[in-house]
Design a protein around this ligand. Structure first.
Ligand code: FE2
Ligand code: FE2
Length: 253
């Protein structure tokens, strides 16, 4: 089984770009399941119902979220009704912290977690929450999307779950790290998948807005950057169970 996991999709343009790349990605990587982090799709914050439906049209199996889960309030109208969308499990809010899907007679559980380093949010301990879910939810595969700022926290969770989760993959910083590896007990790991969206903004936002904020201390509200696009993902390959593989994918226009 091969899962293509796409990092933080930023703006609705990222759906268009993903759609354009999918035939090539399918041909080249022959993935079975497509999963995405969708916390930034609607104007950079959250996921509207319309955009959720557009992802379903692309055969996305699971959508994980992050600190911007509730950026579009309308998510409250559908988050409890859909069975393939998860918000961070250590964040006590509407929706589910993990989802289990069936593929080819196997159960695959995706767990979304938020880091606690540099997040001023009221969060439970992601390490304990992850282990508790893995111990209590029967599944053949456990995939963790750890949405966090600090590489130290991400690496620590990778080792903490090494051998009990099948993959611990990071999201949130929007910048791909080149530290993909197989941990000693066969868990696939990367600190951050990177984002999918505008290439020449500041992690998705129009660069002039962010530069002004740093230089002048004030700026216009965030707006989505325009221009060239980038695609960042990982391929999680469990074809040979005791020899899993992780491949980092980066494409620019
Ligand atoms: Fe993000
Ligand atoms: Fe985030």
């Amino acid at each position: 089984m091969k899962i293509l996991y796409v990092g933080d999709m930023y703006s609705s343009n990222s759906i268009t770009y993903l759609k354009k790349l999918l035939p090539m990605l399918k041909e080249k990587y022959n993935y079975n399941l497509l999963m995405v982090n969708g916390e930034n799709i609607t104007h950079g914050r959250g996921l509207s119902k319309k955009h959720y439906k557009e992802l379903m049209e692309l055969n996305v199996s699971v959508i994980s979220m992050g600190n911007h889960t509730f950026g579009q309030k309308e998510i409250l109208d559908y988050i409890d009704e859909v069975n393939n969308l998860c918000r961070p499990a250590n964040y006590n809010a509407p929706g589910k912290g993990y989802v289990t899907i069936n593929y080819n007679g196997k159960k695959i559980t995706v767990i979304n977690l938020l880091g606690r380093v540099y997040f001023e949010m009221s969060l439970d301990n992601p390490f304990k929450v992850a282990k508790e879910i893995i111990q209590n939810v029967p599944s053949d595969y456990y995939i963790i999307d750890f949405h966090a700022e600090a590489t130290s926290e991400k690496i620590a969770l990778g080792y903490y779950l090494d051998g009990i989760a099948h993959a611990v993959i990071g999201t949130h910083t929007h910048v791909q790290t080149s530290d993909e590896r197989v941990l000693p007990n066969k868990t696939l790991y990367i600190s951050d998948i990177g984002m999918t969206g505008p290439l020449e903004g500041v992690i998705g936002v129009d660069r002039n807005v962010i530069i002004s904020r740093f230089v002048n201390g004030f700026s216009e509200p965030n707006k989505v950057a325009t221009g060239k696009m980038q695609f960042n993902a990982v391929l999680l390959d469990f074809t040979i169970l005791d020899k899993p593989k992780i491949t980092r994918i980066h494409i620019e226009e």
